[in-house]
Design a protein around this ligand. Structure first.
Ligand code: MN
Length: 713
């Protein structure tokens, strides 16, 4: 069993002035509260936090982190309280222990594979101090090392969780040795046969190659020394799990995977890295396309090294990695290696550390070639814009920060969103406006009487919830106008002693709807409710169909109106999601085909089409805006007004008219005025096909010599 002194001497070896007292206090406290507890191995429970703290010390962590390692199970397994820890060991230590406890309470064993990424992100997000994750990973490592005392089911369960969640988390943070330790231990429990086979084979090959590897190592270091370069040459061990993955992923035999020899050269400076590389390349022939310079372009997880492959002394491939001692430490320990010891100061603000972490990321950004890789790193480590919460069944869902139970409800199903009246978060009832926090367990409460409200739009954050709520409001308006339209029509018909029900049963009403260019009878009724269609006109038509009052056929004017509606209501524009509606063009901006436009739902007058940047539309209720687009059609023509400023000259009007006519424009109206400064202002109303047609005409007018400006009104 590790003793306190082992930990302390380890710490003093890399930080002689460390505040050892904090570690001693944590040890005494931990020993006290864990007293009498026994691990499955039969050892006193204290052995576990001691081991964890020792591994953390080997990773050269600070005293706060090591104290937290000693205390990491006190909140979960003993009567210790967070407040007490805070008082005795300071806020930082207490926060780390608290964070580790929270993560320990999550169980990811039933998690579907595809959600593993979310879980990793969530763990990162929940740990506002990165040391929380370091302690948790080391805790898991020691538990994996002592997993043999657990039941076979537990062994598999925990190994799977380790492989799915914790090993990738260690990889994300660049802690390579921790990652491969976790992976190899998981493989040992999940695929015992494969593990044994690889292990036997590897040790067999190692002893076979031993002499040869030693020879190459000696050769390299003696030669380098002749050049004045001090180096440590290591035969590079491959983790069992990485061999296993290569066999599975690339469908290779163990022989094929293990065919390549690998060496690692560790030198004193970056300059020497490149010198050593030159030396290796001069000694053995490099394999084309296998050289990678991660020194000048580090990987996102901070990894730096030179990689090359050469044809070795007896003609086989040798992979060589070259790096400095510092880089080697980063490669092994990742973020843990970057832990800066603050001299004298035990407590330092977590925010500051987060900030320096960010700053460092930004510095790397300049050296990282792949922007996606960088972004991924930033997102993974500092994603202030996302929160991760659980469903009651333990699935993880991610939301934009500030999201509410309504967003959560809509993410399950729009029916649940519409009927949502509140939520239970971690078992406590909260309001719809409550913002979700990382790690919340969210359960939606619904009621059949509930329906969406416009107010919800003020606080929902997800586009899905927004769209669904808007859709509901729109369909509700339509339903309301159907009810209204039906009432109006019923009353009007009653006065004529007619029954709406019987008329609806006959084909007459549908026929009228068709005559008036509506999709169906319901649509016609809705438009009556909207005030879009004259009630009188509809009643008149019904009477005609039924042969009542035949002396009053629809007059010429109303016939023309219908004709006008037919052409104008379509007017070459499509209204999305609303179907056929009366469409008018706004007088304020008179948009032309091809121009960006937007629709405004008026009360009772259908949709008005505005130019997208029209001043009036900027002030309009965004709720009532609809997306519209132009239909390509040559049948429609539009009126455009243009103003031409020119030098006053005889025949100017004729010149301009000629240009318009030449461009197939139809002049509907024209006038010209002369200003005091002897300039002419002409106004034209021209029939054009579309925006481009108008542009062509205007371009033509500009070419006339005396024309100063041409603008559209
Ligand atoms: Mn533990």
């Amino acid at each position: 069993m590790i003793r306190l002194n082992d930990i302390i001497s380890e710490v003093l070896s890399y930080h002689p002035k460390a505040n050892i007292e904090l570690i001693q206090k944590a040890y005494v406290y931990s020993a006290k509260v864990h007293q009498g507890q026994i691990r499955l191995s039969g050892e006193p429970y204290l052995s576990h936090p001691l081991e964890v703290a020792h591994i953390l010390a080997q990773m050269r962590m600070d005293v706060v982190c090591i104290a937290a390692g000693l205390l990491h199970d006190t909140l979960e397994d003993t009567t210790a309280e967070p407040e007490e820890l805070k008082e005795l060991f300071g806020e930082e230590t207490a926060n780390i222990v608290d964070g580790v406890t929270k993560i320990s309470k999550m169980h990811f064993t039933s998690r579907k594979q595809r959600e593993a990424e979310n879980v990793r992100k969530m763990i990162l997000a929940m740990s506002n101090d990165i040391r929380v994750i370091l302690v948790k990973l080391v805790d898991r490592l020691h538990n994996m090392r002592t997993l043999g005392f657990q039941s076979p089911e537990k062994q598999r369960e925990i190994s799977k969780e380790t492989l799915d969640i914790y090993a990738p988390l260690a990889a994300r943070m660049g802690i390579h040795n921790l990652k491969s330790n976790l992976e190899d231990l998981s493989l040992y429990y999940l695929e015992p046969d494969v593990y044994q086979k690889i292990k036997t084979e590897v040790s067999l090959r190692q002893s076979e190659n031993k002499a040869f590897i030693q020879e190459v190592k000696d050769l390299i270091s003696t030669k380098l020394e002749e050049f004045g370069i001090q180096s440590v040459v290591k035969g590079r061990p491959k983790s069992f799990y990485s061999i296993y993955r290569k066999m599975v992923d690339q469908d290779l035999t163990l022989n094929q995977v293990y065919d390549v020899l690998a060496f690692r050269l560790i030198v004193n400076s970056i300059k020497e890295c490149y010198e050593a590389l030159g030396f290796i390349h001069s000694m053995w022939k490099p394999v084309a396309g296998r050289f990678k310079d991660y020194i000048s372009v580090p990987k996102a997880n901070m990894y730096q090294s030179l990689h090359t492959t050469v044809i070795g002394p007896v003609g086989q491939r040798m992979e060589v990695q070259i790096r400095t001692h510092d880089m080697d430490r980063v490669a092994e320990h990742g973020i843990a290696a970057h832990w800066k010891y603050k001299e004298g100061l035990v407590s330092s603000k977590t925010d500051e550390k987060q900030f320096s972490w960010l700053r460092q990321l930004l510095e790397w950004q300049q050296s990282l070639k792949d922007p996606d890789e960088f972004l991924d790193t930033v997102r993974m480590n500092l994603f202030p814009d996302e929160v991760y919460v659980f469903t009651p069944r333990g699935e993880v869902k991610s939301f934009p920060r500030g999201a509410t139970p309504v967003d959560f409800a809509y993410s399950i199903h729009s029916d649940i969103g519409e009927k949502c009246i509140g939520a239970r978060i971690n078992g406590r009832m909260v309001s719809l406006r409550q913002q979700l926090k990382n790690g919340n367990i969210v359960e939606i409460v619904t009621s059949s009487k509930q329906h969406p409200s416009k107010d919800w739009l003020d606080f929902v954050k997800t586009p899905r919830a927004k769209t669904k709520i808007k859709q509901w409001i729109k369909s509700q308006e339509r339903e309301e106008s159907i009810v209204l339209g039906r009432n109006m029509l019923e009353k009007a018909l009653e006065q004529e002693r007619l029954s709406l029900t019987s008329i609806m049963k006959s084909d007459h009403f549908s026929a009228i709807a068709e005559e008036l260019s509506f999709i169906n009878a319901e649509d016609l009724i809705a438009q009556i409710g909207f005030g879009e269609v004259s009630l009188k006109q509809v009643v008149g038509r019904i009477k005609t169909k039924l042969g009542v009052n035949p002396e009053k056929p629809p007059g010429l004017v109303s016939k023309m109106l219908v004709k006008l509606r037919r052409t104008k209501s379509h007017a070459g524009i499509k209204v999305k999601g609303v179907g056929e509606m009366l469409v008018r063009f706004a007088n304020c901006c008179s948009p032309l085909p091809g121009e960006p436009v937007i629709g405004f739902i008026t009360r009772g007058r259908g949709v008005t089409i505005h130019y997208q940047n029209c001043r009036h539309i900027q002030k309009a209720d965004p709720e009532r805006l609809v997306e519209v687009s132009w239909e390509s059609s040559k049948e429609n023509v539009y009126l455009a007004k243009i103003r031409v400023l020119s030098l006053d000259k005889k025949g100017m009007l004729a010149d301009i008219s000629a240009v318009i006519t030449k461009n197939n424009g139809n002049i509907m109206q024209a006038d010209i005025k002369t200003t005091m400064e002897q300039k002419g202002i002409s106004h034209f109303t021209v029939e054009v096909e579309n925006h481009k047609h108008l542009e062509d005409i205007m371009k033509g007018i500009r070419k006339i010599k005396q024309v100063l400006t041409v603008e559209r009104l």
